[in-house]
Design a protein around this ligand. Structure first.
Ligand SMILES: [Zn+2]
Ligand SMILES: [Zn+2]
Length: 259
């Protein structure tokens, strides 16, 4: 269904990328290497939380919003711009995302066919470990200064958000199906991200990969509507700004009624 839109350059890149995936690579193994440690940390934190106060639970909200802006910032900067500082540690992130992921998937050809292609969708397993290690000092400080419960809440939100990110991003690149088409929030991010994969706008539009909150607030969304409308937009192209109408992802078109 997508082959017609596959340009010769993209087809060649895909073939070459697939050839270079190690023979021992296994998509499910990759997924489990992220989800097992992530779920283990979440379960451990939940086990440690006892009788949380309302404030300790509500504390999760500003943290999640902060993570949403973090996701926006990291995608817009580390993943789409070459940051040469910090000893070049972020350059592979830029190369992997802008040069590889965005060439493998374009708005016109957004989907993969086999689990081996999860290699180009999921982050390497160490990314979650790095994010959790970055959270740990803050969680310890919150734990000592405020309460142990709040520290554990903060600690578990990192894997929760990250697993949410990876799941949603995978949903953006699967072939269309009843779940991704109808599940609220998932269908929203699918259209949002398909539009992001449009090469002319990928550097500055639709940077969120979970919920388009930061894109709405920062004015980097391709939609012209309010926050709730952004969150529950689904596949609709009705509110897409005129200048971004053209390249909304041909794989969504079949199930999207024109505006
Ligand atoms: Zn993507
Ligand atoms: Zn991107």
């Amino acid at each position: 269904m997508t082959d017609a839109a596959l340009t010769p350059k993209q087809a060649a890149f895909r073939a070459e990328y697939k050839r270079n995936i190690a023979s021992w690579y296994n998509g499910w193994g990759h997924l489990l290497s992220i989800f097992v440690p992530g779920i283990a940390v979440i379960a451990w934190c939940i086990h440690k939380i006892h009788d949380p106060t309302v404030l300790e639970v509500v504390f999760a909200l500003p943290v999640l919003v902060f993570y949403n802006f973090n996701e926006w910032w990291l995608h817009r900067n580390a993943m789409h711009r070459p940051i040469k500082g910090l000893g070049g540690i972020l350059m592979p992130v830029f190369h992997r995302h802008t040069h590889q992921h965005h060439q493998y998937f374009t708005a016109k050809v957004m989907t993969y066919d086999t689990n081996r292609e999860w290699r180009i969708v999921l982050f390497p397993p160490y990314a979650l470990i790095v994010f959790m290690l970055m959270t740990l000092p803050a969680a310890l400080i919150v734990g000592f200064v405020w309460s142990a419960n709040a520290g554990y809440v903060l600690m578990m939100l990192t894997p929760i958000y990250y697993l949410n990110y990876e799941s949603f991003h995978l949903c953006c690149h699967v072939h269309d199906n009843a779940f991704v088409r109808n599940c609220p929030l998932v269908n929203t991010i699918r259209r949002h991200h398909a539009a992001h994969h449009s090469q002319p706008i990928m550097m500055e539009r639709n940077m969120n990969l979970t919920y388009p909150i930061a894109d709405w607030y920062m004015g980097t969304s391709d939609l012209e509507r309010g926050l709730l409308g952004h969150l529950f937009n689904g596949y609709s192209t009705r509110y897409v700004k005129a200048e971004f109408r053209e390249d909304q992802g041909s794989e969504l078109d079949a199930s999207v009624k024109p505006a």
